[in-house]
Design a protein around this ligand. Structure first.
Ligand code: SF4
Length: 369
């Protein structure tokens, strides 16, 4: 797919389609916006009404144009439109599954690991993903990071020399203006002990027009800058998204993808393989394959842990190691990330260990003391 205007948006002038502010201002937010363009099923209509207060709906025309017409189970649609599953509650679900609020040491600054912090700078995203783990605050203007709290967060980071790595997140930091983003990144870069800056953004997926030459100039001035994005499905892998990734890579950003394994969206090894091959072609390394968290209202998206193991097992041998992400569970209660790997050992006799490889072959390896 090219990612250009088509379907209900085929009359939109290309220059308008390319304007990220136009895309932001024309986001589909209310049922009528969807009825008039991509339509709504009965179930979606009911889920829309029931979820409005809990988690907003917002979809850029670009992302909505990736919906597969006539497919109520389209994987793009499922990520963007409310579903009945969100209304089903389970006793094990958690409002803040990673305990980020309890680990908040200053406004917006969550410190869970010895040398790195998460810095929440906005509640806004072009598309509110139905599987978002921060549903408790993302999309809620009440959680918006005001300028004085961002300033306080930066001051805290400046005062803690153990912090070497800052992940600027939200919400989506690219929802901020170039000027605001340049100021935040510049302030952080000026702190001697901050060695690594990272941005978590889904804009290359949901609003690739946001990656403008002006933005890229801002990012080019920050070193080193890692950009983590979030492609989940081949329909998101458009020519327009590829251009955004290549602009970021040309600006010297180190790109990584954090995919979330979602039932009915990408819980199929070939789907993940297709996305990962495309990502490598565009200089974005598959970094994590996340098990969906135990967040409220997303259990219908979750897959068994065994599915994630099957996916990485399938990838091994079919794509270079660069394309095999870590399959990760972010433990509830702030336990942090652990990596799960398939078991390749078949048997062991003395120093002889029989392993299987990713495509089923068996090979004997002689270990040493
Ligand atoms: S872009 Fe990220 S922060 Fe925003 S809704 Fe999606 S998953 Fe949540």
């Amino acid at each position: 797919m090219t990612g250009g205007p088509h379907g209900p948006w085929s009359e939109v002038a290309p220059a308008q389609w390319e304007d990220w502010r136009w895309q932001q201002s024309r986001r589909l937010r209310r049922p009528a916006h969807f009825e008039d363009s991509v339509g709504l099923s009965e179930e979606e209509r009911a889920a829309f009404a029931a979820t409005t207060d809990a988690f907003r709906t917002s979809v850029t025309p670009y992302y909505a144009s990736l919906f597969e017409a006539g497919n109520p189970h389209c994987p793009i649609r499922m990520q963007a439109l409310p579903q009945a599953g969100e209304l089903v509650t389970h006793p094990f679900e958690l409002r803040d599954p990673l305990d980020e609020e309890a680990h908040m040491v200053a406004p917006g600054v969550t410190w869970r690991y010895p040398d790195r912090v998460l810095f929440y700078v906005t509640h806004n995203c072009p598309v509110y993903c139905r599987h978002c783990t921060r549903k408790r605050k993302v999309s809620d203007p009440g959680s918006a990071a005001a300028m004085d709290s961002i300033t306080a967060g930066i001051a805290y980071i400046a005062g803690e020399t153990a912090i070497r790595d800052v992940l600027v997140s939200g919400g989506d930091p690219l929802s901020l203006s170039d000027e605001r983003l340049a100021w935040i990144l510049g302030e952080l870069q000026n702190i001697d002990h901050v060695e690594v800056l990272r941005i978590g953004t889904r804009n290359p997926v949901t609003l690739p027009q946001r990656i403008t030459p002006e933005l890229v100039d801002v990012l080019r001035s920050v070193r080193p800058l890692y950009v983590h994005t979030h492609f989940n499905h081949p329909r998101e892998c458009t020519d327009r998204a590829a251009l955004a990734l290549n602009m970021l890579a040309d600006a010297g950003c180190v790109l990584g993808n954090q995919m979330v394994l979602l039932r009915g969206v990408n819980d199929d090894p070939e789907t993940v393989l297709t996305v990962n091959r495309w990502l490598l072609r565009h200089r974005c390394r598959p970094y994590y394959l996340f098990q969906a968290d135990m967040a409220e209202g997303i259990t219908h998206f979750r897959t068994p842990l065994s599915r994630g193991l099957e996916v990485v097992d399938y990838l091994r041998g079919r794509i270079s190691g660069m394309g095999v992400p870590h399959f990760v569970v972010d433990l509830p209660g702030g336990g942090g990330k652990i990596t799960l790997t398939p078991d390749y050992e078949v048997s062991r006799e003395g120093s002889e260990i029989t392993f299987r490889n990713g495509t089923g072959g068996r090979f004997v390896f002689h270990d040493v003391d």
